[in-house]
Ligand binder design. Structure first.
Ligand SMILES: NC(=O)c1ccc[n+]([C@@H]2O[C@H](COP(=O)([O-])OP(=O)(O)OC[C@H]3O[C@@H](n4cnc5c(N)ncnc54)[C@H](OP(=O)(O)O)[C@@H]3O)[C@@H](O)[C@H]2O)c1
Length: 234
């Protein structure tokens, strides 16, 4: 049976590219977009389904749940991809309000999606969740002076992505019938990195660990964090 996939933030960047790859692999893909126009345009280009979905809004997430529940009756794969970088200011200048904005999308957005969609995932024969995290949230990478990640100082974004990997572990422990994993695309040339995109790879490369985790079979892992080279240190 064709598997149903929902990708948050699917109207551009890594989410868009993941939708394209999964559609080509034969999955039935829904892209979530917080903006109707951008979402509809992307879904038409890709030939996939579209659902209005702002991960910071209970109302929007509940409507998306109702729409997919009504049309499909279950969800096989949820890719929690929507994310923002926030501002790259000196840590001393970051206010609680600045951090709250980033956490509301990157962290609470995942909790909102999980809290709402778990019942629909539980109706799948093999529910899979992929959380798009980052090496910038990996303690192992940011403390290793040999990595590019150690050169970045971003209070809000880095700490939000550390939370994403811990959320992944805690959901994996609490949901033994699901496979919940985190992916690090690595530095990828999208709007999110903007001016920092010098050595970044194209999105078609960045999606590799996301697609790998989205397409695991029932023997695949849960509670892991990978990039294109294998396991990422916590
Ligand atoms: N690019 C990298 O180097 C890199 C590396 C590691 C991890 N990541 C992660 O990869 C994920 C995708 O990022 P990207 O690089 O593809 O960036 P991007 O091109 O800026 O795409 C981000 C997507 O998230 C959406 N989004 C933002 N806030 C949202 C909200 N409240 N509700 C729903 N959707 C929302 C955006 O929608 P709009 O078009 O409406 O803004 C857009 O579709 C993020 O979680 C990011 O942290 C990226």
């Amino acid at each position: 049976m064709t598997k149903i996939v929902l990708i948050t933030g699917g109207n551009k960047g890594l989410g868009y590219e993941s939708a394209k790859a999964l559609k080509d692999l034969g999955y039935k893909v829904y892209i979530g977009s917080r903006n109707d126009e951008r979402g509809q345009q992307a879904s038409q280009e890709l030939g996939v389904h579209y659902v209005q979905l702002d991960v910071t809004s209970d109302y929007s997430v509940t409507n998306a749940y109702n729409m997919i529940a009504q049309k499909e009756g279950h969800l096989d794969i949820l890719i929690n991809n929507a994310g923002i970088s926030g501002q790259f200011a000196a840590p001393a200048d970051i206010t609680p309000r600045d951090i709250e904005k980033v956490y509301n999308t990157n962290v609470f957005g995942i909790v909102r999606m999980m809290n709402t969609f778990i019942p629909l995932l539980e109706k799948s024969e093999q529910p899979v969740v992929v959380n798009v995290s980052s090496g910038l949230g990996s303690f192992g990478m940011v403390t290793n002076p040999e990595t590019a990640e150690s050169q970045v100082n971003s209070l809000a974004y880095c700490s939000s992505k550390s939370a994403v990997t811990m959320l992944t572990l805690q959901y994996a422990k609490g949901l033994p019938n699901m496979q919940v994993n985190a992916a690090d695309p690595g530095s990828t040339n999208t709007d999110l990195v903007g001016d920092f995109s010098n050595n970044a790879k194209p999105a078609s490369e960045g999606i590799k660990p996301i697609i790998e985790l989205a397409t695991i079979d029932e023997h695949g892992p849960t509670g892991t964090f990978i990039d294109d080279n294998g396991t990422v240190p916590w």
